[in-house]
Design a protein around this ligand. Structure first.
Ligand code: ASN
Ligand code: ZN
Length: 351
C-alpha cells in the first residue's frame, strides 16, 4: 500500500477554507504531508493529537479528506468545535506555509536546513494559553487557549514557533540577555514574514512587500490586544522601543522589542511625524524619516545574518554589524546596507 499525496480540504479557524496536503494509504487519509520534510519521527511533516497532555499522540486520520468541517472527531474525542480537528487544520496549514516560505523564498529546507521532517502536536495540555517549540523533539506544541486566547494556531504563531527551530539549528542564540531578545525577535520576524507569504496565497519566490499586520497573535486574542506590537513595542506596557543597557535584564519577549521595531523600519520605513507609531526620536540624521526596502529584501538580509553569521552570544550591536555585512553581500553597497544602519540607529544601536 504505497502512500499517495492527495489534496484535502480543511476548515480553519482563522483563514477560512484551505487546501491541505495529506497522505492516503490503507483506505484512510492522514494529516501527513509527503511533499514536505523527510525522516524525523513520522517520516514527513505531520500533525498529531496531544489529547490534552504534553505528549505527542496519534496522527490525525480520517476516512474522507475533509477536515474540521463540523463533524470533528478524533479517536474518541467528542465534537468540541475548536477542540476537534479544527486545531489540526490550523496547525497543518500553518506548517505548510511556514515550510514553503522558508523553502521557496530562502531555499531553506525545513527547520534544520536539511529537510528533516517536523511535527506539531495540537490540543497541548488543558486550557493552555500558549504555544512552544521543543528542542527535545524539534517539534511544536500548540494550546487550545484559555482566559486570554483562542486556539493558538494562527499563522504568525506557527511561524514564530517554527522559527525557534531554525534559530536552534543555526545561530543557537542563548535564551537570555540581548541574544535572548534577538532569538525571540527572530521568531516574530519569521512569523510575520510567513503571514505575509501565506496571506498572499500566491506562492512564488518572494515575500510580498505588504500583507502582514506587524502584530503578533492578534487573531487569537480574546480581547483583541496582540501579544506584541512590532511597530511600537511599548504598547504592551513592558517592551522598550529602543536599545539601552537595561535591555539585557528584561524577559526575552520584551527585549525582542527594539529588534522587532528595527525590522519594521528596515522593511516599511519610519515616519517624521512625532505623532506616528513609526516615529523614532533616535533617528537624528536628516531626513529624520527613513524609507524601507520592503519585506523581501529585509527578510533575506535578516535570514542570511541569522543563519550564517550570528553566534549564540550575538548582541544588538553585533547583529547590526552582521546585517550590514549581509546586506552588502546580497545587494552590494547601496540603499539596502544604508537602510540597515539607519534602522538600527532608529532603535539606538549605532549611528
Ligand atoms: N510562546 C512562547 C515562545 O515561543 C513560549 C515560551 O515562552 N517559551 O516564546
Ligand atoms: Zn518564542
Amino acid at each position: 500500500n504505497a502512500v499517495q499525496t492527495v489534496a484535502g480540504v480543511g476548515y480553519s479557524q482563522y483563514n477560512g477554507q484551505v487546501r491541505l496536503s495529506t497522505a492516503y494509504t490503507n483506505g484512510s487519509y492522514w494529516m501527513q504531508d509527503p511533499l514536505r520534510g523527510t525522516g524525523g519521527k513520522f517520516g514527513v511533516n505531520t500533525v498529531v493529537d496531544a489529547a490534552h497532555t504534553g505528549t505527542a499522540g496519534d496522527v490525525y486520520m480520517r476516512t474522507f479528506n475533509s477536515w474540521g468541517d463540523g463533524q470533528d472527531y478524533q479517536l474518541g474525542w467528542p465534537t468540541l468545535g475548536e477542540n476537534g480537528q479544527t486545531a489540526a487544520v490550523n496547525a497543518m496549514w500553518g506548517m505548510m506555509n511556514t515550510y514553503d516560505t522558508l523553502k521557496n523564498v530562502l531555499g531553506w529546507s525545513s527547520l534544520d536546513g536539511n529537510n528533516t521532517a517536523t511535527y506539531i502536536a495540537v490540543h497541548a495540555w488543558d486550557g493552555y494559553d500558549n504555544a512552544y517549540y521543543s528542542d527535545a523533539c524539534h517539534c511544536m506544541f500548540i494550546g487550545d487557549g484559555g482566559a486570554r486566547f483562542y486556539n493558538l494556531g494562527a499563522i504568525d504563531i506557527i511561524g514564530h514557533e517554527m522559527g525557534h527551530g531554525v534559530t536552534a539549528a543555526t545561530a543557537a542564540l542563548d535564551y537570555h540577555f540581548e541574544s535572548g531578545g534577538l532569538n525571540e525577535s527572530a521568531s516574530d520576524i519569521n512569523g510575520e514574514m510567513t503571514e505575509a507569504y501565506a496571506n498572499a496565497g500566491a506562492g512564488g519566490a518572494t515575500i510580498p512587500a505588504r500583507g502582514n499586520d506587524w502584530l503578533i497573535g492578534q487573531q487569537v486574542s480574546r480581547s483583541g490586544a496582540p501579544l506584541r506590537w512590532m511597530i511600537k513595542p511599548s504598547k504592551d506596557g513592558a517592551s522598550p522601543n529602543a536599545w539601552s543597557w537595561q535591555l539585557q535584564n528584561l524577559d526575552v519577549h520584551y527585549s525582542s522589542g527594539p529588534n522587532n521595531r528595527m525590522f519594521y523600519f528596515l522593511s516599511q520605513g519610519s515616519s517624521a511625524d512625532p505623532a506616528s507609531d513609526a516615529f523614532s526620536p533616535y533617528l537624528n540624521k536628516w531626513p529624520r524619516a527613513m524609507t524601507g526596502i520592503g519585506n523581501d529584501k529585509a527578510y533575506r538580509i535578516w535570514f542570511r545574518a541569522l543563519t550564517t553569521k550570528f553566534t549564540s552570544t550575538t548582541d544588538y550591536m553585533d547583529a547590526r554589524n552582521k546585517l550590514y555585512a549581509s546586506a552588502i553581500e546580497l545587494y552590494g553597497p547601496g540603499p539596502e546596507s544604508a537602510a540597515v544602519l539607519r534602522a538600527y540607529a532608529a532603535v539606538n544601536v549605532g549611528k
